[in-house]
Design a protein. Structure first.
Length: 134
């Protein structure tokens, strides 16, 4: 099981993204079951479709939104249940570099798995998390 971050999903769905090639490779590993199912937080979903709307337009954003919600490889994680844990992770972070969404990812990763699929370097500074791809 691995928690997926916005940076990974945006890179995968945006061919112009500098991380698109490694995101394609990592998605292949995810789809092959190498890390188990992906956990898609509601906050991450919101970030992904909003960024894609701004960078690529409405049609690509809607297409990706539909793809993510229908993908059997992802388990959707509503965020109302984890809000207080996310707030705690956000308040207690040592360096102040994680967004609230990133703090929610940390909270879920600590609770369910220790792995995060991301290109965001801020996760590498979080003790106890394995950041993928390596």
């Amino acid at each position: 099981m691995v928690v997926v971050d916005s940076s990974f999903l945006i890179a995968y769905h945006n061919q112009r993204d500098v991380h698109h090639p490694p995101a394609q490779q990592a998605m292949g590993q995810l789809l092959a079951g190498e890390w188990g199912p992906g956990l898609l937080l509601e906050y991450v979903f919101l970030e992904v479709v909003t960024v894609l709307l701004a960078r690529r337009g409405l049609d690509p954003a809607v297409r990706v939104a539909t793809t993510l919600l229908e993908a059997s490889e992802f388990s959707f994680v509503p965020c109302s249940d984890i809000f207080l844990d996310a707030l705690d992770a956000f308040r207690t972070q040592p360096r102040g570099t994680l967004s609230f969404t990133d703090a929610a990812i940390v909270a879920v990763a600590r609770r369910r798995t220790a792995r995060v699929l991301t290109f965001d370097q801020d996760f590498r500074g979080v003790q106890g998390l394995a950041v993928l791809p390596e």
